[in-house]
Write a protein that binds this ligand. Structure first.
Ligand code: ATP
Length: 405
């Protein structure tokens, strides 16, 4: 029988470097938005358009992961709405939405609390959304996070989707203005000129969030690190070194928080009183692998298969994974690993490669091969073994996906 006193005593943290580990959780909302003053000014300026009777129909907030797009946008909008009765803000995360219908259904659910049946279709969802908005204040900002996910629907066209969403206001008896704020890693090009009421020059605005630099990461992280670690357990030189490396390699706050969490865990495992530069160096690799694996596991199935094909070819002599691979080699490997009923054509694969490059997972370039002409080369931006490492888990989490061993 288990002796629980012993069990809990043995597993209790002993002399941990952490005082409040939760402070390193990226999901923890920060008390204050730091290091994004210019962006907050830009967003506030747009919201203040309300006082002049104008909000842009769409605003694209774009930039690489972990650069504070969501947290800054939500905070500025909420604070503005709290000061203006005529303004409402709604936030919808579309990260699970792989189709136009699921996106429309998610927005409907957020605004009404009710689920739209599949039989009601996209039109039914839009109608429900507009019925709900009829009860809203004169100005509504609808924040649509991770809108790039809908791209997986081959019929998705951002201009058409937003046109359908925004033009609904014309159907209302009373005047209400809807402004869609789109958060995405890429710039979403929206052209609402289909609608003669919207002047193209005024139709959309874009705000870019670049990777964080050293000074910004330091201002954002200092209070969190102070809370997270016991006094003296994360010395100043380690903090500076960690932040400098994180700024140089990523500029991503989420990865930087993970970097310090792993470094602290390594220090604990080794019975140290404080995090050392060695812990940090090892944590860099762990963090890179962790965050990349997470990204790989959230890829759409075909994207994963194409990446797997780019990272599965072994050098016959050394047994090492071959990098880079040519597009011809990728094609051969892809047709071997993807079962016939799941394979997509060459054009779709080319588009997927472009997506993977935008996501920062691969680099591609053209090489001149004399008589063979120009050949496309493809290389992963990380250790290619990591794709095989998550292969099994990916299959388990993706029902219906068949791959050959
Ligand atoms: N300027 C900031 N001030 C304070 N905390 C921040 C700031 N930027 C980011 N954070 C912290 O980092 C977390 C992640 O930021 P956020 O989700 O806004 O990034 P993002 O750019 O939207 O990322 P993604 O594109 O991956 O969704 C936030 O929940 C917050 O805890």
């Amino acid at each position: 029988m288990t002796d629980y006193d012993d069990l809990f005593a043995e597993t209790a943290p002993d002399g941990s470097v952490f005082a409040d580990k939760q402070a390193l959780d990226p999901l923890q909302p920060p008390e204050t938005i730091r290091g994004r003053d210019e962006h907050q000014r830009q967003l506030a300026g747009m919201l203040n358009g309300v006082t002049e009777g104008y909000l842009p129909p769409t605003v694209t907030i774009h930039g690489p992961p972990g650069t504070g797009k969501t947290v800054t946008t939500r905070r500025v909008c909420q604070e503005f709405a709290a000061r203006h009765d005529s303004v409402a803000v709604e936030y919808v995360n579309l990260k699970e939405c792989r189709s136009i219908f699921s996106a429309a259904r998610e927005i409907h659910l957020e605004l009404t609390g009710e689920t739209v049946g599949a039989y009601e279709g996209v039109d039914g969802a839009f109608t429900g959304i507009w019925e709900a908005l009829a009860e809203y204040p004169a100005w509504t900002v609808l924040i649509l996070d991770e809108i790039d996910q809908i791209k997986q629907d081959a019929n998705y066209d951002p201009s058409d989707f937003l046109y359908r969403l925004l033009r609904g206001e014309g159907k209302l008896k009373r005047d209400i203005q809807l402004s869609a704020w789109l958060i995405s890693n890429e710039l979403v090009e929206v052209d609402l000129r289909l609608d003669s009421r919207v002047e193209s020059a005024m139709s959309d605005e874009a705000v870019f969030f670049g990777p964080y630099g050293y000074a910004e990461l330091l201002t954002i992280l200092s209070p969190r690190l102070e809370r997270a670690f016991s006094k003296g357990a994360c010395p100043e030189d380690v903090v500076k070194k960690g932040i400098s490396r994180a700024a140089h390699h990523w500029g991503d706050i989420r990865k930087t928080l993970t970097l310090f969490r792993h470094a602290g865990e390594l220090a604990n495992e080794r019975g140290l009183d404080a995090v050392t530069v060695e812990c940090l160096t090892e944590s860099m690799e762990l963090t890179e692998k962790d965050t990349t694996s997470e990204k790989l596991l959230s890829l759409p199935a075909q994207h994963f298969l194409v990446l797997l094909a780019a990272a599965s070819l072994r050098d016959q002599r050394t047994g090492e994974l071959a990098q880079p691979v040519t597009s011809g080699q990728l094609h051969d490997t892809y047709t071997q690993i993807a079962s016939t009923d799941t394979q997509v054509g060459e054009r779709a694969r080319r588009e997927i490669l472009t997506d993977l490059e935008t996501m920062g997972l691969i680099n591609t370039w053209m090489d001149s091969r004399g008589s063979e002409g120009r050949v496309k080369q493809i290389e992963t931006t990380f250790d290619p073994e990591w794709v095989s490492d998550v292969h099994e888990q990916f299959i388990e989490e993706t029902p219906g996906l068949n791959t050959e061993p």
